[in-house]
Design a protein around this ligand. Structure first.
Ligand SMILES: Cc1ncc(COP(=O)(O)O)c(C=O)c1O
Length: 340
């Protein structure tokens, strides 16, 4: 397949990241993150996020989410999240299975919950028959490609803290959020009151690797043990370190994310030429959602890879990645026009 709009995960590995892996291959190093290189890169990530936090590598995005959340929630807790959340729809019940807690989907607009929609679920505290709604998990950007403002995140964090709870951010595409908002990741995580962050890399050019960050209100004393139990402890951690080192150097993570965001904007602009296509969500990062006919989907999918998001409404999702080029979009637009 020469290009895919199916997912940013369909892209390859950025050549600089591959080179960094190869450079790291020439030496021996102790395993499980006890090597100097891993420690140095994790400290760099902690400093980038304000210093008052603990960072650790995780293998994949689902694992990073569950490990983050396991440090915040007990099995008698409920985790609130937008109904569209990856932890609710696409993690095969991992929070329920691994943490043992309840996951409660919350009403959302374009993937975003509000203080009002979360408040409706903040009851039953101290009531022994109720799962305790102690954690809110949001995604930045959301699964629908939209963004919370810093103020919105602050308000959600304050709400949870007022109830002695926590805020987790699924940042599987956190670099796209930082690039789009044009502010450091720290500003909408640590500074906004987030208690845990899943800091993604795989969707934006890494071969594999995510980072779990626990901020100052969270005790990290169980974190390493939980990670091992959850099979998220990768032995040759220096290869994760090499990838994140390169990713953060000269802001490569922002350059790649800015590119994928720009491509989504370009796709949106070109789609607006076609009156038969209705863009269904605000395009704020690297995802474009639209309603198309089943006939058009069938014709386009003979040549182009993308997914139907909602079978009932025929809403489809087109994701742009660091490898998407204008020529891929121009070709796609031509094919849409020729198949109407
Ligand atoms: C918002 C979000 N969070 C988490 C994940 C999980 O990542 P992984 O597939 O690496 O487990 C994904 C993957 O698509 C995602 O879109």
């Amino acid at each position: 397949m020469k290009h895919s709009f199916g997912s940013d995960n369909h892209s390859g590995v950025h050549p600089q990241i591959l080179d960094a892996i190869i450079r790291t291959n020439s030496e021996f190093a102790v395993a499980y993150g006890d090597d100097e290189y891993s420690q140095q890169v994790l400290s760099q990530i902690e400093n980038m996020l304000g210093g008052e936090c603990k960072a650790m590598f995780a293998v994949n995005g689902t694992g990073a989410n569950i490990l983050s959340l396991a440090n915040l929630a007990h099995s008698s807790d409920a985790i609130l999240c937008p109904a569209t959340a990856h932890i609710n729809c696409d993690e095969c019940g991992a929070p329920e299975k691994i943490i043992g807690c309840k996951v409660i989907p919350v009403e959302h607009t374009n993937g975003k919950v509000s203080v009002e929609s979360v408040k409706k679920h903040l009851h039953g505290f101290g009531e022994q028959h109720h799962s305790q709604p102690n954690v809110l998990s949001i995604s930045q950007p959301t699964e629908l490609g939209t963004l919370y403002t810093v103020e919105e995140i602050k308000a959600l964090a304050d709400l949870m803290h007022t109830h002695n709870g926590y805020l987790h951010i699924d940042g599987s595409r956190v670099s796209n959020a930082a690039a789009a908002l044009d502010i450091p990741i720290k500003e909408f995580t640590a500074d906004a009151g987030a208690d845990a962050l899943s800091f993604g890399g795989t969707k934006n050019g890494l071969l594999m690797g995510e980072v779990v960050v626990l901020f100052k209100r969270v005790s990290a004393h169980r974190a390493l043990f939980l990670r091992k139990q959850m099979t998220q402890l990768y032995s040759k951690a220096r290869f994760m370190a090499a990838q994140f080192d390169e990713y953060l150097k000269d802001d490569l993570y922002l350059k790649l994310a800015s590119h994928s965001n720009e491509m989504a904007k370009y796709l949106e602009t070109r789609l607006k030429e076609i009156t038969q296509i209705e863009i269904s969500r605000p395009v704020e990062t690297n995802a474009v959602f639209a309603y198309i006919s089943r006939e058009l989907y069938d014709k386009l999918s003979e040549k182009h890879m993308f997914y139907i998001w909602d079978e009932e409404t025929m809403e489809v999702r087109w994701m742009c990645s660091f490898e998407t080029g204008k020529e891929n979009i121009d070709e796609f637009i031509e094919d849409i026009k020729n198949n109407l």
